[in-house]
Design a protein around this ligand. Structure first.
Ligand code: HPA
Length: 278
């Protein structure tokens, strides 16, 4: 059923989670395509399949396991989404971002969000990692914002600031860890689209022209909602394919999952370093 999520829905989910696990997570994590194995390293893990929670949209995409994993990594209480929900699956933006609202209600202060993305910048190669310094929320700009509809005043203002969507201190920390651990990284602007079709060459030329470095079908809506509720965000793109503008090119979902395997150890080093340092 298509709908806008209400405070009551959110609180029913929070009550259900609290009935299963006594947690006060500080860090929320959203693990995208190919990256979800990281959730296996959560200690003292309590797992809750998305399907066991009321109102929770269930992911239909291969590679998105679809459960909450609550426990500790590097001594931090974490609330991990193993698999995420995408707009192209047919859910509303409000449903897609429900997990972020639940994080906010549970007291999460910081969110680490990862995605698989196409590399638009010339230097991006499959298997690379890009720190997200800013984003373009294309669906939001044309009227499909997750904040469309009545403002949930309990979380934040009607017109939230987005000038520092990706937290400058967390970015500095991630840069330092990458340098210390010799993990090569790019930095750049992530372009969020609705999908599910990949981009045409003309669309990619356009995206490059307006300043996008990587492109994908997630993240921007989650980050908009996180910032609305005051959560600090660290975002990482794993480059699963080059987004070619000239040659005929097919990016299969299997390619996306395969490059994820090279990306995971790099992201894991950065994420563990951040969790240790905060
Ligand atoms: N385009 C859009 N989304 C993506 C891509 C891409 O090339 N690769 C992985 N997710």
């Amino acid at each position: 059923m298509q709908k806008n999520i209400t405070m009551q829905d959110i609180d029913e989910i929070v009550a259900e989670i609290r009935s299963k696990v006594d947690t006060k997570p500080r860090v929320g994590m959203i693990l995208g395509s190919g990256l979800s194995d990281f959730a296996e390293s959560v200690e003292n893990a309590v797992s809750i399949p998305f399907g066991d929670l009321p109102h929770w949209p269930v992911s239909t995409v291969k590679g998105h396991a679809g459960r909450l994993v609550i426990g500790q990594i590097e001594g931090q209480e974490v609330f991990v989404l193993q698999g995420r929900i995408h707009f192209y699956e047919g859910y509303t933006m409000s449903q897609v971002t429900l997990p972020v609202r639940v994080m906010q209600r549970l007291g999460v202060e910081m969110m680490i969000v990862t995605n698989a993305a196409g590399g638009i910048a010339d230097e991006h190669q499959p298997g690379d990692v890009m720190l997200i310094t800013d984003h373009i929320n294309f669906p939001g700009l044309i009227g499909n914002s997750p904040l469309h509809g009545p403002n949930l005043d309990e979380f934040g203002p009607r017109f939230p600031d987005m000038t520092q969507a990706y937290d400058p201190e967390l970015l500095d920390l991630a840069r330092k860890i990458a340098k210390d651990k010799a993990v090569p990284i790019h930095e750049g602007v992530y372009m969020g689209l609705s999908g599910p079709s990949f981009e045409t060459p003309a669309e990619l030329r356009f995206l490059k022209m307006i300043g996008a470095d990587s492109v994908g079908m997630s993240t921007v809506t989650e980050v908009s909602v996180a910032r609305h509720g005051g959560i600090r965000v660290l975002g990482l793109s794993g480059i699963s394919n080059k987004a070619h503008t000239e040659l005929s090119f097919v990016a299969s979902h299997e390619d996306v999952l395969e490059a994820g395997k090279q990306i995971v150890p790099k992201m894991e080093t950065i994420i563990r370093g951040v969790l240790r340092a905060i």
